[in-house]
Each structure stands twice: as structure tokens, then as C-alpha cells.
Design a protein around this ligand. Structure first.
Ligand SMILES: C[S@@+](CC[C@H](N)C(=O)[O-])C[C@H]1O[C@@H](n2cnc3c(N)ncnc32)[C@H](O)[C@@H]1O
Length: 415
């Protein structure tokens, strides 16, 4: 197999050449120690360093878990693993156990590991979904998965996954969160504050202590009554307008009901977010729905047909996914007559949660939503009855140029 990560290999080779640095520590070592401290991983723990390269981090983990612990140094390249074995023996780190894996299977023992760690490996995964499902099996209940990779935000390098093992293409943070959740992980936290480099994201996930029997995201809001939700929507009455639907997770169930509830001549577009997609061709479940057209958002811009005037935009369980909502909202506002409506159905989150975490937790404060909408030229028209206890249902309308000059009277936001 050709070498795929020159930069990181160079770092690892430096380590091997200067074997003394294994003991000397340094900022990378401090970062790993701090990371384990935050996750309460210590002596006696089992850590799997998946895609460990030549073992730079595995050696540090060996010191964290001590002689009573185990570090599974896992790789798909036998030559790298041979280096790990040599260096571990030289330094008496007998708790390091080499594991040779495959592209779709890490070959770790089931239910055995406290912490699985992938440093700059996720973007090389040719079969990320299969790998994540296996990693989920390999963790003990309540065990942790840490993914350190690049870059923050949605995917921008759309190379097909099968090319990623051999070539270098960064992944996107939102893609990692999506795939980890779909594989059964709960989003836990972001940990860049302990990291020694500024560029990567450091995401921590947890396997539920009592994993549900069905695969899939263990933290979805309850199902929606799609027909009741559509009935509650004020559908604009003028002709010649189009509707936009942005729905993910449980929210996708609303698309067929929306199609049925609209006047038959209404053009309906189903938006695929780059925060979600793994490839440029991927479609969410149920797409394309008959009578709808698929539109893709990429790099903060939605490929809207030039003649499309938007009478209605509906986000269902999808608004919090937006990494940078205002540019998209402004684009939608520009295509909307003053009579247009934008509705958001979303699980409620705490007011003080940072935007990035709101997305990863799949919940957002309605106050934050209203602030973002206001920045993009909308105002709250009405708070509709929540479709479930944990969700809000907010209806916005464009602020007209006259209203934009007036100070807006605050409207109550009821949970
Ligand atoms: C950029 S290197 C990172 C090495 C190490 N984690 C570090 O930070 O120094 C990526 C490593 O991932 C490994 N890799 C790629 N796909 C893998 C897979 N499916 N399973 C395990 N390792 C994989 C490669 O062989 C390579 O050693």
C-alpha cells in the first residue's frame, strides 16, 4: 500500500529515530494525558488506538493506563505495526498489544474497550459506516470514542469514500457527528481545549450504557404526527410560488404529508444539506419523493433555480444542523415575497449552548433561532403549538424594508 499521510508519518518517524522522545513527553503527550483526564480514563483502562501509525500516541496511552491496563495498537498496514512492536519492546511497554485490522473491520474484541481513539484516521476510512458499527460493538457499554480530524464544519472535499484510503482528503466535522450518531453513539463533547494543535476538531462520543436493541441514533426526538403538523401550517394562497422542505432524521416523515397538503401545482424542493451528506450524490432516506425535486446546499449556497419564488420554507429536525445558518437564510429571504413564510420545527435546547454544540446535540434554543432569523431579515410571526413536548414550532415572516427601519417590538417566545 502506498504511503498516505506524509506529514504525520514524518512526525512518527521522528519519534522512532529519536526513541528517547517516547519518554520525554511534550505538548502532544500532555494533550493525550489531559484528554484521558477529562474522559476519566486512567490506570487499568483499555484503550484502542485505531490507525495508530507507528505508535506515537499508543506509547503515551501505555503510560496513562500503566502496567495493569492495555493499549490495543491497531493498524491496517503491517509494516507500521512491526515498528510499533519494535519500539514498544525497546521501551518495555508490554501493555501495548498490536492488532492488524481491515478496511471495514478493526478486528478488536467485542465489548472490551473503554476508549477508542482515531487520530487523523477517520478521513482515510474507505468504509466509515461499517467501521463505526464495529467500533460500537468493541466498546464496553458507556465506553468512549474520540475522533481527532480535520476540518471543522461541513464536508468540502467530496472525494468518494473508496478513494480516501489511498489518497489524502479531509473529512468534515458534521459528517463525523452524523455517522457516529447513526452508528449508535451519543454525542458527548468537543475537547479542542486540551489539544496541542489549533486545526483539528476533537469530538468525543459515548456508547450508551444500555444500548437500545435497534441500530441507529440513540438520541432522536420522538416521532412526529406529520399530517397534524402540515395541517397546522398556514399554506400561502397565491399561485405560482414554490415550497422548500429541509428535513432530516424523524423530520423526513413530514415530506410526503407536505406534498399532499400543498396545492397540486406547487413546486416542492427537498434540500440536501452539505452538513449531512457523505458524498455529492448521496440522498437522504425517502428521496427523491415523487413530485419533488432535489436541491443541494453546498458551501453556504443553495442551488435554487432562477425562476423559483418561495412561498413557504419548512425546516423539520434540520435547522440545528446548519453550520452557518445566516447566509442560507438570507438567500431564502431574497427569493421570498413579503407574504412568504418560513417555519421551523426543532427540538428545544438550552439558551446558553454554543451553536456548534447545539448542532451536534440536535437541539437548539428558540431564542437563538429567532436571533439568527432576525439577522437574516425575518421576524417571528407566531409560535405554534409544539408538535411534541420537546420540540418548538416557530413561524417567521420576512421583515419588509419598512419594518427593518423600525425597532422590532419583542414577541414572546413560549417553549
Ligand atoms: C495520518 S496516519 C495517522 C497515524 C496516527 N494515528 C498518528 O496520529 O500519528 C493515518 C493512519 O490510518 C491508517 N488507516 C487507514 N485506514 C484504516 C482503517 N480502516 N483501519 C485502521 N487504520 C487505518 C493508515 O494506515 C495510517 O497509518
Amino acid at each position: 500500500m502506498i504511503d498516505r499521510c506524509t506529514l504525520w508519518l514524518a512526525t512518527a518517524l521522528t519519534l522512532v529515530c529519536q526513541a528517547g522522545s517516547l519518554a520525554a513527553g511534550g505538548s502532544r503527550a500532555q494533550a493525550l494525558k489531559a484528554l484521558c483526564g477529562r474522559l476519566e480514563i486512567g490506570p487499568g483502562a483499555v484503550i484502542a488506538d485505531v490507525g495508530c501509525g507507528e505508535g506515537l500516541d499508543a506509547a503515551e496511552f501505555a503510560r496513562v493506563v500503566g502496567e495493569s491496563g492495555t493499549v490495543l495498537a491497531q493498524e491496517i498496514e503491517p509494516a507500521k505495526l512491526a515498528t510499533v512492536v519494535r519500539v514498544a519492546a525497546k521501551h518495555g511497554l508490554h501493555q501495548i498489544v498490536p492488532v492488524l485490522g481491515q478496511s471495514d473491520d478493526p478486528r478488536l474484541p467485542d465489548g472490551f474497550v473503554d476508549l477508542i481513539y482515531l487520530n487523523r484516521v477517520f478521513h482515510h476510512l474507505a468504509q466509515p459506516q461499517a467501521m463505526l458499527r464495529r467500533l460500537h460493538q468493541d466498546l464496553k457499554p458507556g465506553g468512549l470514542l474520540v475522533v481527532v480530524d480535520q476540518h471543522r464544519g461541513p464536508l468540502t472535499d467530496w472525494a468518494p469514500t473508496e478513494r480516501r484510503e489511498e489518497e489524502h482528503h479531509w473529512t468534515g466535522e458534521t459528517t463525523v457527528v452524523r455517522l457516529a450518531r447513526e452508528a449508535g453513539f451519543l454525542f458527548h463533547d468537543v475537547l479542542e481545549d486540551v489539544w496541542h494543535e489549533p486545526q483539528p476538531f476533537v469530538l468525543a462520543f459515548r456508547k450508551p450504557a444500555a444500548p437500545p436493541p435497534d441500530a441507529g441514533d440513540p438520541d432522536l426526538p420522538p416521532p412526529l404526527d406529520a399530517k397534524a403538523l402540515v395541517r397546522a401550517l398556514p399554506i400561502p394562497q397565491q399561485d405560482g410560488w414554490a415550497a422548500i422542505f429541509v428535513g432530516l432524521d424523524r423530520g423526513r416523515a413530514v415530506l410526503p404529508a407536505l406534498k399532499e397538503g400543498l396545492p397540486p401545482s406547487t413546486r416542492l424542493a427537498d434540500v440536501v444539506l452539505d452538513e449531512w451528506a457523505l458524498t455529492l450524490e448521496e440522498l437522504p432516506p425517502g428521496a427523491p419523493h415523487p413530485g419533488t425535486e432535489v436541491l443541494r446546499k453546498n458551501n453556504n449556497s443553495l442551488a435554487l433555480p432562477p425562476d423559483m419564488r418561495l412561498g413557504l420554507v419548512l425546516f423539520v429536525d434540520a435547522y440545528q444542523w446548519l453550520w452557518e445558518p445566516v447566509p442560507l437564510l438570507r438567500q431564502l429571504r431574497e427569493r421570498m415575497p413579503d407574504s412568504g413564510l418560513l417555519a421551523i420545527v426543532e427540538r428545544q435546547g438550552p439558551d446558553d449552548e454554543p451553536r456548534r454544540l447545539a448542532g451536534h446535540h440536535r437541539r437548539i434554543s428558540s431564542r437563538r433561532v429567532a436571533e439568527e432569523m432576525r439577522e437574516a431579515g425575518f421576524q417571528l410571526r407566531q409560535t405554534l403549538a409544539p408538535p411534541t413536548e420537546d420540540r418548538c414550532f416557530l413561524l417567521f415572516e420576512p421583515r419588509t424594508s419598512h419594518e427593518r427601519l423600525q425597532p422590532e417590538a419583542p414577541k414572546e417566545l413560549r417553549p
